[in-house]
Design a protein around this ligand. Structure first.
Ligand code: G6P
Length: 446
């Protein structure tokens, strides 16, 4: 008889939750989740009720004995949990709108995980996750913390460096998505495709691609060089790579690389959306309102297909597969954000990287990559520096560190723009950044 599992999901009122619930229902035989605690804060209570009631109907329809608990009491929910998943958005979608629009006002890219937007999402999120990690140490010390909250790379970096609870894994749907797309382009089942992923979250490269164990990297790169055959995600403009660039680079790029290798085109596209009130966050806000209208329908008892319009579709595959592999001691390979521990040469052992890992009952163990190809190593190192400095800024509330993080980010073209954006964003997000305002004197930030 398998031990019943208790899962606690923080940010349970998220519109993505039905996907997670569906993931647990599908795997109930191998992963008996008996209790799913969906936790939110007062401001998210209405969403929690709506999505939580849909979750209850889904479980009933599927006929699995999973109890869904809805609560605002995080401590009660954490007590005795086996796995804690975090998917909250500090400041909700309105904060994301600011993360995207304010940098654009200054003529630079506004995005929720990259550049200035990514920094600010991290500054708001990291202190809250560190608090959760501390509570876990007290209330469920053996549980794994599985974080989806973006920017997942920076957040994992902070949790590993400053967190009280070290059983931490960062998870993203992107590697799942890349693998599925490559399988589709090749016309084979996803299970037959293996990819050696290495890099950072939202900056991961596919170094080698295998079909049934045979190295097919060259053939796949040839396909991906075709402007008609791009790997895209709902939240990123599908701008094609120059075939010559893709071929000479020789490794698979992820959709987020467009921010770095197509900065000008992406910026133009974003500025257009900015003018028409259609930045991704604004689109998502409307999409979410529609989703919650659907979720309210008492006759709905499955995950509605409209949820696939979100960029994070299939995130539950990443989460549920990870939980199941730890629970069942599977020893399979998954792409995760973990402590580097020597996997990628040139990145400190204690830093977070996104790499393939073996997953057993003791958690993920990164598989050695060695040195990254010289063509990609530079950008990875630069973004790692950004993530580290940003994480330090989030923990200390240091204005200088936050400014430094922006100045060293390749999406911020000048130190003066960095300062102007920083000042505007600190002011706009003041409510969620107490660490920057405590002890502040007349002059403002400490
Ligand atoms: C991608 C990323 C996720 C991110 C999502 C945003 O899938 O991998 O980390 O959360 O896009 O999607 P959205 O629909 O919110 O723009």
């Amino acid at each position: 008889m398998k031990k019943a599992v208790k899962i606690t999901t923080i940010g349970g009122g998220s519109s993505y939750t039905p996907e997670l619930v569906e993931g647990f229902i599908k795997r109930y035989d191998e992963l008996p989740v008996r209790e799913l605690w969906l936790v939110d804060i007062e401001e998210g209570n209405e969403k929690l009720e709506i999505v939580g009631n849909l979750a209850k109907r889904m479980v009933e329809e599927a006929g699995v004995p999973m109890d869904i608990h809805l609560t605002l009491d995080r401590r009660q929910a954490l007590k005795g949990a086996d796995f804690v998943t975090t998917q909250m958005r500090v400041g909700q979608l309105d904060a994301r709108i600011k993360d995207e629009r304010i940098p654009l006002q200054h003529g630079i890219i506004g995005q929720e995980t990259n550049g200035a937007g990514g920094l600010f999402k991290g500054l708001r999120t990291i202190p809250v996750l560190l608090e959760i990690a501390e509570e876990m140490q007290e209330l469920c010390p053996d549980a794994w913390l599985i974080n989806f909250t973006n920017p997942a790379g920076m957040v994992t970096e902070a949790l590993l460096r400053y967190g009280k609870h070290q059983k931490v894994v960062g998870v993203c749907n992107l590697p799942v998505n890349v693998r599925m797309t490559i399988a589709r382009l090749l016309g084979v089942e996803t299970e037959r495709v293996q990819i050696d992923f290495a890099g950072l979250n939202h900056l991961v490269y596919g170094l080698n691609i295998y079909i049934d164990g045979d190295n097919k990297t060259k053939e796949v790169i040839e396909i991906l060089a075709d402007p008609e055959k791009q790997i895209t995600m709902r939240n990123i403009a599908p701008l094609p790579w120059l075939p010559e660039f893709q071929k000479s680079l020789g490794v698979v790029l992820c959709p987020y690389h467009r921010y770095y290798y197509k900065t000008k085109e992406i910026l133009e596209e974003e500025l257009e959306s900015f003018k028409t009130g259609k930045t991704r966050a604004e689109v998502v806000k409307r999409l979410e309102a529609e989703l919650f209208e659907l979720y309210k329908n008492p006759d709905l008892n499955i995950k509605p297909p409209q949820l696939e319009k979100r960029g994070g579709a299939y995130y539950s595959d990443a989460a549920c597969n990870l939980i199941s592999s730890i629970y069942n001691d599977k020893g399979d390979i998954q792409t995760l954000n973990v402590r580097n521990d020597g996997a990628i040469t040139g990145i400190p052992a204690e830093s977070a990287v996104e790499v393939n890992c073996f997953v057993t009952k003791d958690g993920p163990v990164p598989i050695a990559v060695g040195e990254l190809p010289v063509e990609v190593n530079g950008l990875v190192q630069q973004i790692k520096s950004f993530e580290r400095v940003a994480a330090e800024a989030a923990v200390t509330g240091s204005y200088e560190k936050a400014l430094l993080a922006l100045c060293i980010n390749p999406l911020v073209p000048s130190d003066e723009i960095a300062k102007n954006v920083l000042d505007d964003m600190l002011e706009a997000h003041k409510e969620f950044l107490p660490q920057f305002f405590q002890n502040a004197g007349e002059a403002g930030y400490r």
